[in-house]
Each structure stands twice: as C-alpha cells, then as structure tokens.
Design a protein around this ligand. Structure first.
Ligand code: 8YV
Length: 325
C-alpha cells in the first residue's frame, strides 16, 4: 500500500479520504528529523507553510508526488522536484475569491483607517463628533494598480471596477484581455503604475525575479498619498525600505497580510505605525475555503499517485520525465 505523509492538520473527512487510498502518517513538521525520516519511505506528502528542501528528500527514493495546500509554491525547489520526477500539485482556484476578499478588506481598512479608529473608540477616545483628524481617504473612484494580474489579481480587479467604480491598471508578463474587456483594466509599465496609482496592490508569486521588487526606488516613485497593499508574499517587498517609507511619509500607508518573517515579530517597527494594517496571513483563511483547499490538495495527491492528475500541476514538464527518482 502507498504511504502518504501529512504535515499539516487536515479536516477529519479529508484525512479519512486519504486513509481510503493509502497508509497515512501524520507528522509534526516542526520536528525536522522525524519529518525527514517519515518522508524517506513515503510515496507522497501533503501540507503547507513548511519549506521542503532538496536535502530533506535526498533519501526519499519512493517519493512521487507532493501536494501543497496553497496556491503559492515558493516553499519548494521546483526544478529539483522536476529533476527527481516528483509531481508538485497546488490549489490555485478554490482560494481565489476568499483571498481577493482579504485584499479588499486591506484596501478598505487602510484607506478608511478602520483598525486604528476601532482601537481609538475601544480606548474611550471618542468623546466628540469626529473631525479631519479621523478622516480617511476614498476608495471608490480611485485608481488601483495591480502588480500581477493572475487569478487573484483578476478577482480583485472585478471587485474594484464593478463594486467600487475604480480605475484599474496592471502589470503582468502577459496581457489579460478578459480583465481588460470585463473591468476596463489597462496594462501599463510598472513605472507608470507606481506613479499614478492610489493603491498599489501586489499579486505576484514569489520568485527570484519578484523578490524585493518593491523597494526604496519604487516607494519614491509612488504618490505620497498612495497606499501599498500586499497579500502575495512578504519578500516581494524590501521590508526595511517599506518601514522607512511609512515612517517618512514617502507613502500614506500599507495594508499587509504577509511579511518577510512570519509570524511577524512583536517588536517589528511595522506594528508601531498607525498607518499600517497588519493581518496574520489570513488570505485564504475562511472555514469554507480552507476545507475546500485541503480536499482539493488531497484529491490532487491521490490522482498524482495514481498517475491520473491532469490539473493543478506546478511542474507540468515532470510528466515528460521517467519514473520518480
Ligand atoms: C495559505 C497561501 O496561507 O495559498 C497560499 O499560497 O499563502 C494561503 O492560502 C497558506 O499557504 C496555507 O495554506
């Protein structure tokens, strides 16, 4: 019988589904040596939020498939997996709408200072009618610049254009004619997007090309009234440069769901800035969506181990390779 290693807790029905198809071993990924030992004779593994390096699977001669409960796959060395003939599956579609909702929660809460002012009320500071000191800025009718117009970027564009009458512009390696036709989105160069957007929203995967793509130069190119929104990966932003830009008023504020280090250290300067909304990477974190992601990842893994997976494959060219390593 095939062996599957589970390294993130799964809903009971999803665990039962896997147990119908394989011997399932649940591990605590924080126990590194035990995790590596469990992988050594595994045929497949499923989990998320844990870096899996080539060294960790060097001895895993039976490993045929890895299934991440996420759309992002920066926790893996994809080229190494492909060389080893190991399929990497992810969950791109089931989380798109919930993650786009989180992005818009960040846009609205940072523009209208929701978190800051809710805390102000809770602290008993609301003693008179509010005034300019409590004013935020409009979202409706403003310009949203989306860096990376993929699935989530497109869902954010729909909310912006159809829900908030925003002007949408975007950068992307390729054009997105569907977003241009449906939401009036305009493809521009990054320099133009930075100079003209009221909200700059990062929706790119973390790769060698996108690492620190937004740094001091990019913040200086943005409008002083602009707000940075990041629900992609923390490392797409040079975080020290962001802190300085926020402290110096180079940009108005930031709505952040992801950080260089997660969990964000309690002594991070970001947590001392009133113009920052910081969320604990809740992008896809609803009961409904996380269940759908776990089930999707489990089905991906079973299909991959049966040699039948056709969708949700990160490294398609692995299918042209021979058997697993
Ligand atoms: C999850 C995510 O936070 O899908 C992703 O890439 O970052 C989120 O959906 C995480 O990966 C755990 O599932």
């Amino acid at each position: 019988m095939k062996k599957i290693v589970v390294y993130k807790s799964l809903p009971p029905d999803v665990l039962a589904y896997l147990q119908q198809h394989a011997q399932v071993v649940e591990v605590d990924a924080s126990q590194h040596d035990a995790f590596v030992a469990a992988l050594r004779d595994a045929d497949g593994a499923i989990g998320a939020s844990v870096k899996i390096t080539p060294a960790m699977i060097e001895g895993a001669s039976r490993l045929k498939a890895l299934s991440t409960i996420s759309v992002g796959f920066d926790q893996f060395d994809v080229a190494d997996l492909t060389r080893r003939g190991i399929v990497l599956a992810h969950t791109p579609d089931v989380l798109t709408e919930s993650t786009a909702d989180t992005v818009f929660a960040l846009i609205l809460s940072s523009a209208r200072r929701v978190v800051e002012l809710a805390d102000w009320v809770k602290a008993g500071q609301w003693r008179d009618s509010i005034g300019p000191a409590q004013f935020g800025v409009d979202v409706q009718g403003k310009t949203l610049g989306i860096v990376g117009m993929g699935r989530i970027g497109g869902a954010v564009a729909r909310r912006a254009a159809l829900g908030f009458n925003m002007k949408v512009q975007y950068t992307n390696r390729s054009a997105n004619p569907q977003a241009e036709a449906a939401y009036g989105a305009k493809r521009v160069e990054l320099a133009e997007l930075l100079a003209t957007s009221d909200f700059v929203c990062l929706q790119v995967p973390l790769t060698a090309e996108t690492r620190h793509m937004i740094g001091a130069a990019e913040f200086n190119a943005m409008k002083k009234s602009a707000i940075l929104i990041n629900a992609s990966r923390g490392a797409t932003v040079d975080e020290p440069a962001l802190i300085e830009a926020l402290q110096n008023g180079t940009i108005r504020g930031a709505g952040l769901d992801v950080f260089d280090t997660e969990p964000l250290p309690a002594d991070s300067p970001l947590l001392k800035l009133p113009n920052v909304v910081a969320l604990p990477h809740i992008g896809s974190a609803t009961h409904e969506t996380r269940h759908a992601m776990a089930l999707n990842a489990a089905e991906n893994l079973v299909a991959a181990l049966d040699g039948k997976l056709k969708t949700n494959i990160v490294n398609h060219d692995v299918l042209g390779h021979g058997s697993a390593q």
